[in-house]
Write a protein of this length. Sequence first.
Length: 395
Amino acid sequence: MSKIEFLDLGMQPIANNFLSSVSDIKNEYKFRLAVTFDDDTKLVSLSNFVSPDLMFNDSYVYHSSLSKTMRSHFKDAALSFLKDYSPEKVLEIGSNDGVFLKNFSSKRSTAIGVEPCSNFANITRDLGYATYDKFWNNQLAKEIVLNHGKQDLIFSANCICHIQNLDEAFSAISKTMSSTGIFVFEDPSLLSMINRRSYDQIYDEHAHIFSIIALRNLLDKHDLSIFKVQSLKVHGGSNRIFVCHKGVRSIEESVSEIISKEIDAGLNTIDAYRRFAYDVEKSKRQLLDIIHELKRKNYKIISYGATSKSTTVFNYCGIGTNLIDYIVDTTPAKHGKLSPGAHIPVISPEEGFNDTVDYAFLGAWNYENEICEKERKFLKKNRFITHVPYVRFIK
Ligand code: TYD
């Protein structure tokens, strides 16, 4: 059997589907969130995909520009691509609010966005970038090549892993990329997820969590080669993967280096995933133990960052308003809403992050440094709780 399911995180909602009111609860969509390893391609994917229209639409709430870390991350990325590759035509797949694109000239012919969530597509269109509010596929690729020609740099951050049909996505990229062009994409690293036991990288949008081993197999079918890989700290550990048409560029050592690390961690065999599943169950028990213990002592516990990741944790662990009073988050579109599945109210930090709070579960653990820096006053007397890489307090 080539496909082996190794982890079941139970019935889960759409991770970013914040509910406007209690009356929405009865119609809340749920699906079984489980993960499968394909022993042929070595790809790790969800066992059940959710229809893209349910996840990516005009009520999408994830705003890249709201974080200082991500703003400087994408600015640095754009500047380094301009310096190293001097692309004339740039296309971004999943352009969100333009946090990356806006570092390129806004002349319509040189930088293009693809963004199926029309609320975000409108933002980049208003900034002057031609933006297609459509899903990335062969048909759209054809339209873009016809209207704008082939592209020198195709960039995509935290989006390729959302695409269920990777064969079509890579074939469309191969047809859109100029002969000496590059395709650069960033997505959460499977190696980091396994090493950090950060099982909350698993949610509906992440149809796949990539190893370089699997990507090399999948890209090869489309005559595409990975020529460089950079490890990134963002999103709890990501890879930036550089791809070209086969034979066009020499393959840098970084590719074999990271593949060796993945092989050492066993990512090409099912055993590593079975061990991970065991660790995930242990993490759940330990998190529940410390939260119940604090609750017994009558401490007020809230959550910091209404992330997709915390949707997985709360629904898998059965954490609701019985344990967490509310979640604070800086995203205005999440305020006044209920978190998916767990139905914990979301409010602004100004309203809820005050002296009455004793402990805060760090839902946005991937911004630990930025948040700890900002919340030094809170940390003088109080603690954050995290489960990454193991259940612990942050002082
Ligand atoms: P993120 O971890 O990027 O997303 P996800 O798991 O959904 O992919 O989301 C970070 C969330 O945390 C986002 O809703 C904004 C919020 N946040 C704060 O509330 N305060 C902060 O200081 C930071 C950095 C993020």
